[in-house]
Design a protein around this ligand. Sequence first.
Ligand code: NAP
Ligand code: GCO
Length: 259
Amino acid sequence: MNNLFSLEGKVALVTGASYGIGFSLAVALAQAGAKIVFNDINKELVDSGLREYKKLGIEAAGYVFDVTDEELVNKTVAQIELEVGIIDILVNNAGIIKRIPMHEMSAAEFRQVIDIDLNAPFIIAKAVIPSMIKKGGGKIINICSMMSELGRETVSAYAAAKGGLKMLTKNIASEYGSFNIQCNGLGPGYIATPQTAPLREEGHPFNSFIISKTPAARWGTTEDLQGPAVFLASAASDFVNGHILYVDGGILAYIGRQP
Ligand code: NAP
Ligand code: GCO
């Protein structure tokens, strides 16, 4: 049974993984045996990420590229394939959110979120699929969100992107399942990372709100996501395809605590 979850001999690319959820997922994949490749948008972040991986005994390979830059993505994937190996596991993690009331959000701000959170996963999946097909298969994990299913005030662009990412996941699964490529989504609930730090400030009403909406009555940690990520990256999920695995403490199942 342990071999089912082993990633020995696999190369995993995790985008936006200098810190936060991406970093935690990369650590888990490394601890399951994968060789970790990650990127971030500037050298300072990549260098800082390399130092943090090394502190954990992980010899990661770091590359600097903006996930929305198709030409640079294609060039870097080719470079990774030469320097490290064919990418067996892709985790599309890099993402941003802009919390702005829709009627105050500019089209440019909306497009920026869509570009990073939806167009980039398309660009990178498109770049790695041909070699996965040649190699006989692969795993693509798109980091979705509660907002792949639900809306809330001020996150219109993010919800549109993450809803689209859910359907892109299902379409990649449909189009490439016959090549032994499994594409699934990982849908974190509310996780304590820099991205949600503004919502967790002392006394912020959102803090108590999320606790009341979560049966587990706590914010998630990036460690809560590690086991599900290894499952989706490993042979244990070879017949799981087009699935969004929500790791949310039960939020999506729960109407919320009565006042
Ligand atoms: P985070 O702390 O903001 O980290 C996001 C990472 O992506 C950062 O390293 C960021 O680099 C990088 N990134 C952003 N834009 C990029 C670009 N254009 N090119 C390359 N890298 C880029 O976010 P997180 O909380 O770890 O979230 C990671 C993923 O999980 C995101 O897709 C997010 O939507 C999703 N998610 C988060 C939660 C949550 O509660 N935290 C829940 C569900 C889903 P910079 O430092 O340069 O921005
Ligand atoms: C927000 C939060 C959420 C989380 C996550 C929930 O403002 O509502 O940032 O969107 O980031 O996506 O799954």
